[in-house]
Ligand binder design. Structure first.
Ligand SMILES: [Zn+2]
Ligand SMILES: [Zn+2]
Length: 267
């Protein structure tokens, strides 16, 4: 069966636009994982608008793992065309955050006055589930652990058919977190890791809940990840700067690179 990851959006914080972003993309975080016949989406940033073009006729069901409800990870959901289809089912999994269920977190953005259509008015069959530490989606196992981010964040390890993908989307790689995630991601086939900052920016923004891209590459190397893609690019980071960052990252770990929107990775 097909084992594939598609980066639908690699940008962090806010969608951008402009010629300086053509290579690495403008859309915020959303990743498609195909494993064991399951369609699994991680986060619903504006990248999720690419989903219809990546789904096949007859596929009427997907799961969405929500790492956390910050707007850059949810902003695409209200305009996702699949949710306008009455015969499409989306199961959304997310941890309780700030005392709110995942349903209430989504509704905080997708309801008037912030959005014209409330979650209850979507034509699709959308179901909400509290994320557990271990979840089974058909033959796929999803393990989750907590990252270091304002308001909390879930880090996922998705496994099936003998391969595994780790997604550490928004997390600050503090010393303690680094050791824990190296363990959590050990031997994975692909690690997607937050690397929003240069080391200098990271020092200045050490409480912002994001990581430096060099640390992300080191983590992937130390975890023995077969491939690493660094995600959540800073909205001001241009293609030229990301190309330069990719060179630095590869010097640390030749199997690491900066993620590009539209990139398909076969597992
Ligand atoms: Zn984010
Ligand atoms: Zn966030």
């Amino acid at each position: 069966m097909e084992k594939k990851v598609v980066v639908m959006g690699a940008r962090g914080s806010v969608p951008v636009s402009g010629k300086q972003y053509e290579k690495y993309g403008c859309a915020t975080t959303s990743v498609l994982v195909r494993l064991c016949g399951q369609v699994i989406i991680i986060d619903a940033g504006s990248g999720i608008l690419s989903l219809p073009g990546l789904m096949r006729g007859g596929e009427k069901k997907a799961a969405l793992l929500l790492s956390h409800p910050h707007a850059d990870h949810l902003i695409g959901l209200g305009m996702c065309p699949k949710l306008m289809e009455a015969d499409f089912r989306l199961d959304i999994y997310g941890a309780q955050r700030s005392g709110r269920s995942v349903r209430r977190q989504v509704a905080a953005l997708l309801s008037p006055p912030l959005w014209p259509v409330g979650t209850d008015a979507l034509p699709a069959d959308v179901r909400y589930h509290t994320l557990k530490e271990r979840l089974c989606l058909g033959a796929v196992t999803v393990e989750s652990t907590e990252g270091v981010h304002s308001g909390g964040v879930s880090v996922f390890r998705i496994s099936g058919e003998g391969v595994s993908v780790v997604y550490a989307g928004d997390t600050n790689l503090t010393e303690e977190q680094y050791a824990r995630l190296a363990d959590f991601a050990a031997g994975c086939d692909l690690m997607l890791c937050d690397g929003q900052y240069t080391d200098e920016e990271w020092k200045k923004r050490s409480t912002f809940g994001h990581s430096g891209y060099l640390a992300a590459a080191r983590l992937g190397r130390d975890a023995g990840a077969k491939r690493v893609r660094i995600v959540h690019h800073d909205p001001f980071r241009t293609d030229a700067e990301l190309d330069a960052a990719a060179e630095e990252v590869k010097r640390i770990y030749s199997r690491a690179d900066m993620a590009r929107e539209g990139e398909e990775i076969l597992l």
